[in-house]
Design a protein around this ligand. Structure first.
Ligand code: WT7
Length: 571
């Protein structure tokens, strides 16, 4: 497909060309109150600053789900998050404490998250689909002292096994949980004033948020970001999401994932935008209805969602007026040219890809509205970001050669550590001066980056990142399973699906029921998105002499490709 020329950008192409030549993150600091007062807090900059600067009456949040429909101005969010900050202070939350939030999207989630940030806590958002083991692993590793949840989800928090956890805060509940200090959000919040005196001024390098994400080995990693990341959130939301004063912006991601915080909270609110949050599950009708209802202008979603919308009956589009849309963006997986073509056809807009990771905290490679898009490419590095394709020794490769996608260290939203795991952290920076992403890509002669794949075993399924190791470990806890190897299998809608190869213990035989039972086991103990949609039973799994399951051999089997070097394989 040919290059798609831009229709109309808020900023001219020359603005970006200029920005690429001379960009200094220091200049971005000037936007924020702390450049004048010296007082740093990202939640204050995201909410209170707009009130102080006379934008308090602007709509900050449209929230709706099947049973609620509410709108909040910046002033209202300011008061609520201030009340929450007093509440957290009274409950003994100190700067640096990990406060986790485990609940479905709701205004309370956003208020609690920002309120906790206001007192200097490091917040840890957990996706509501996590089951007990996944919740426990994350609370244990982070040594969280408080978790905010709902009565429904509270049963998945094994507080007796979590010595650091002191308080469970229930949203929408009134029954105490035995054996731990239980507090009730609504009752507590009501007691507190809405002035801003409980705000903790922090250092810009102090902790803001902890997002757990998967690698190919070991437990989930706590990716730690600091308040200074707000520079990246602000500037990328301004230039790439192109957020303007009268935009209505919808990011479809849940705050349990980094997109849902960097661009579902910080990016839009730091820019003073009107933010839409839609609770509940995906359905094409519901999503198109949401765009129509709020007259959404800027929409940030994921390839897997676009592909599901593509697969919906064609006539669905004629039921909704989607003409408010002016800018559509995507993240999380390769954005297929086919999807871009579909977007052009049905919305008459280009879908703009963006590339980044939990670890990068914000967008690094992207296309601007005023730049030509090459369908299938992720775009070019953001001003002030130096991305390159390097070999394993750190040498930059010439155009069109495939290699490691790496970024020169030092952008504002770069992770500052992996929680309690320095060794893991250092792996990303093994080549001095570079952050190594784990993705392979090439760059063409025009400077556009093209994604080729992951060079580890991490699986991106329906836009979510899962580590094979966590699933394999859980699978072998099932009494029937002797060994398990998990890979991603290419899938038209989901990008990849999770496929497990399993060998059984003596006395167990393959059956459809057993397969279903194992799937249910993963669903109830780990998470629905971690369930292997396909399970193949094998007599034996390919292993190295040291006993490691060789996932690349499983992958080769699956794709009917050559298995490559098998010299380390056991018998
Ligand atoms: C991995 C990071 C950052 C928000 C969502 C995912 C893949 C991300 C793209 C893209 C192709 C992409 C990479 C990356 N990925 N964006 N535009 N094209 N692949 O964050 O869960 O940390 O996953 O997602 O493989 O390494 P994450």
């Amino acid at each position: 497909m040919e290059t798609l020329q831009p229709k109309k950008g808020t900023y001219a192409l020359e603005d970006y060309t200029k920005a690429r030549e001379s960009f200094d993150w220091k200049d971005v600091e000037k936007v924020f109150t702390w450049s004048k007062t010296g007082n740093v807090n990202a939640a204050y900059e995201a909410i209170d600053r707009h009130v102080k600067e006379g934008r308090g009456q602007k709509t900050a949040l449209h929230y709706s789900d099947a049973s609620r429909d509410e709108t909040y101005t910046y002033s209202e969010l300011c008061d609520l998050t201030n009340k929450a900050s007093h509440m957290f202070r009274d409950l003994g939350v100190d700067k640096g404490d990990r406060v986790f939030i485990f609940m479905p999207r709701s205004p309370e989630l956003y208020v609690a998250l920002l309120g906790a940030i206001k007192v200097g806590a490091v917040v840890g958002p957990l996706f509501e689909a996590f089951m007990q083991d996944a919740v426990k692993a994350r609370l244990e590793d982070s040594e969280a002292t408080m978790i905010i949840t709902t009565p429904d989800l509270a049963s998945r928090i094994p507080h007796q096994e979590l010595p650091s956890l002191k308080t469970i805060m229930l949203v929408g509940g009134s029954e105490e949980i035995g054996g731990i200090n239980t507090v009730f959000y609504e009752t507590e919040l009501e007691k507190h004033p809405s002035d801003d005196t409980a705000i903790e001024w922090v250092d810009k390098e102090d902790g803001l948020i902890l997002h757990y994400t998967s690698g190919s080995t070991g437990k989930p990693k706590g990716v730690y970001h600091v308040h200074y990341a707000m520079l990246q959130h602000y500037q990328t939301a301004k230039w790439v999401l192109d957020l303007q004063d009268n935009d209505v912006y919808w990011c479809t991601a849940d705050p349990g994932w980094v997109t849902g915080t960097s661009y579902g909270i910080f990016g839009p609110w730091l820019n003073g935008a009107t933010n839409v949050v839609r609770g509940g599950r995906f359905s094409p009708d519901d999503w198109y209805h949401t765009i129509e209802k709020y007259q959404v202008t800027v929409w940030y979603s994921a390839p897997t969602a676009f592909r599901m919308l593509m697969a919906a009956p064609k006539d669905i589009l004629s039921k909704y007026d989607l003409s408010s849309l002016r800018h559509i963006l995507s993240v999380g997986e390769p954005l297929n040219p086919e999807v871009v073509r579909w977007g052009w056809e049905v919305f008459h807009h280009r879908i703009h890809d963006t590339w980044w990771m939990t670890e990068t905290g914000g967008m690094l490679i992207c296309n601007y509205l005023s730049e030509p898009v090459k369908p299938g490419s992720m775009g070019k590095p953001f001003p002030g970001v130096h991305a390159a394709i390097i070999d394993d020794f750190g040498n930059e490769l010439p155009p069109n050669e495939m290699g490691n996608l790496a970024v020169q260290t030092g952008w504002p939203s770069q992770m500052r550590k992996i929680w309690k795991n320095d060794a893991k952290f250092e792996e990303y920076f093994a080549i001095p001066g570079w952050y190594i992403s784990g993705d392979t890509a090439y760059r063409d002669e025009d400077g556009y980056f093209w994604f080729q794949g992951r060079n580890d075993d991490v699986i991106m399924t329906a836009g979510e990142r899962v580590g094979p190791f966590e699933i394999e470990s859980k699978l072998v806890e099932h009494p029937a399973v002797a060994e398990a190897g998990v890979i991603g299998k290419p899938d038209e809608i989901r990008g990849h699906i999770i496929k497990a190869f399993i060998s059984l213990r003596d006395g167990y035989d393959y059956s459809e029921e057993l397969k279903k039972e194992i799937q249910t086991f993963i669903k109830t103990e780990l998470a629905a998105h971690a369930v292997p949609r396909e399970i193949e039973f094998k007599e034996k799994l390919p292993k190295t002499r040291s006993g490691k399951i060789m996932r690349r051999v499983l992958k080769a089997w699956e794709l009917d490709e050559p298995t490559g070097d098998l010299s380390t394989m056991d018998d």
